[in-house]
Ligand binder design. Structure first.
Ligand code: 6PG
Length: 476
């Protein structure tokens, strides 16, 4: 006889207040399906008739369809909350302008696109100045699968407005093994969109590190794609376990119908939608050393010049690599840690400059599941972020520092061996230089100061006396 527990009906989904959703492209449609599964009543609108038709066929019949942005807002009970899943840029301004007359100061717009942080700040300022609705900038990560099954959601903005929409968004977010929803208000203002920008910058760096490892294994060590898939799969059982390592193995194994590895038919030119560039610009703007992130953007730029690269091709090609796979594994791990620590430095610096009050441990926790960067390393980064004073480098956390120090010899060997073999490893090289620079008490900037004072009387500080000093640079 079945037990009582087995026959008990499943608990009804938590009842939620209705949400407006504008934009039913791939991401919007999948979020809508996810919201529907969790009992969030939806009022939706999509401007493009083809996308609207696809969505109509997919969404539950209970979905309410509006015929304009303003009609979405009018159909909602107060306080009204509307999630925008439209292309970042002018389209967001246009939809906000269309919604504006139907929304008051207690209402909420959530921009779920990959918005430029500066646009989000501008929109928040404008809406506040005119007594309009609150704008929450929401970073959404995980691609279409994540949107459908559980994305990581990184919010920034007004705390009371967030509390109103949090239950519905937490219900659809990814969950970690311990059951925590990867969905949080990470700070004020545009903090959520900034954290997503940094997430993408780190994503560029980790992907480039994996591409450099692939290059080293394929050309330098002469491994075939099956062997490289095995290496990536093996890395995914240890300290580097994470989504990008996992799918790197999958990409190696994909085959054309004739058996050719798909990777050999993919042009070696990387595209980019701009978030890596924004992250790099933000690092420069805030004076944060994030060379591993920036170098990954440069590597994509070099990749894009494929015709010139062909014309400039050097013969003979790169030589054999004298390197053990364990060293390469450590190199990728150290470069990954470097990229994350640099990203957290950026978040701390930008957060302090903009007054966003970003909670760094919460950022690491939100990245533990659902997002592209999900990896077991995030658990250790969350511990590190709790351990160090706010704004300090995560390298100050004892356990993370030890993890990096263990991997450092492998990174040194990899960069040295790859350089001798003529295999470019820009992300690994920049990570190594950054780690060495950050972990030595005295560097060579004393010469920079001497030179600046010698030619421009810019002054320098002395090791043995306070204040600003000049050298007596005159020569007889
Ligand atoms: C995610 C991804 C996603 C995408 C970016 C970057 O978190 O789901 O970061 O946002 O990868 O659009 O794309 P590009 O590589 O084209 O810049």
């Amino acid at each position: 006889m079945p037990s009582t527990a087995a026959t008990a009906p499943p608990p009804p989904p938590q009842s939620h207040t209705p949400l407006g959703l504008i934009g039913l492209g791939v991401m919007g449609r999948n979020l809508a399906l996810n919201l529907g599964d969790h009992g969030v009543p939806l009022v939706v609108w999509e401007r493009d008739p083809d996308l609207a038709a696809i969505a109509r066929a997919a969404l539950p019949v209970t979905t309410v369809w509006a015929d304009s942005a303003a009609a979405v807002a009018r159909a909602l009970p107060s306080p009204k909350a509307v999630l925008l899943m439209v292309q970042a840029g002018p389209a967001v301004d246009a939809v906000i302008a269309a919604l504006r007359p139907a929304l008051g100061p207690d209402d909420i717009i959530i921009d779920g696109g990959n918005a430029d942080t500066r646009d989000t700040e501008r929109r928040q300022r404008a809406l506040t100045a005119e007594g309009g609705p609150k704008l929450i900038g929401l970073g959404v990560s995980g691609g279409a699968d994540g949107a459908r099954r559980g994305p990581a959601l990184m919010a920034g903005g007004d705390a009371a407005a967030w509390e109103h929409v949090r239950p519905a968004l937490a219900a659809i977010a990814a969950r970690t093994g311990d059951g925590a929803a990867c969905c949080a208000l990470l700070g004020d203002g545009a903090a959520g969109h900034f954290v997503k920008t940094v997430h993408n910058g780190i994503e560029y760096a980790v992907m480039q590190a994996l591409a450099e490892a692939y290059d080293a294994m394929r050309g330098g060590l002469g491994l075939d794609v099956d062997a490289i898939a095995e290496v990536f799969a093996h890395w995914n059982t240890g300290k580097s376990k994470g989504f990008l390592v996992e799918i790197a193995a999958e990409v190696m194994l994909a085959r054309e119908p004739d058996g050719t590895p798909l990777i050999d038919r993919i042009v070696d030119r990387a595209g980019q939608k701009g978030t890596g560039r924004w992250a790099s610009l933000a690092a420069l703007e805030h004076g944060v050393a994030a060379p591993t992130i920036v170098e990954a953007v440069f590597a994509r730029a070099v990749s894009s010049r494929s015709e010139e690269r062909r014309a400039l091709n050097r013969e003979p090609p790169p030589g054999r690599l004298d390197l053990h796979l364990d060293a390469l594994a450590d190199a990728v791990h150290a470069a990954t840690i470097a990229a994350f620590v640099q990203g957290f430095d950026m978040i701390a610096a930008a957060g302090a400059a903009q007054g966003w009050h970003v909670r760094a441990p919460e950022v690491a926790r939100v990245w533990r599941a659902g997002c592209i960067l999900r990896a077991t390393l995030l658990d250790r980064l969350a511990v590190a972020a709790e351990a160090v004073p706010a704004g300090a480098s995560l390298l100050q956390a004892t356990e993370l520092r030890a993890e990096l120090d263990t991997a450092l010899p492998g990174l040194r060997r990899t960069v040295a061996a790859a350089s001798l073999a003529g295999i470019p490893v820009p992300v690994h090289g920049s990570a190594l230089a950054w780690i060495e620079g950050m972990t030595r008490a005295r560097g060579p900037a004393n010469l920079l100061q001497g030179l600046r004072d010698r030619f421009g009387a810019h002054g320098f500080e002395r090791t043995d006396a306070p204040g600003t000093h000049h050298g007596d640079w005159r020569r007889e």
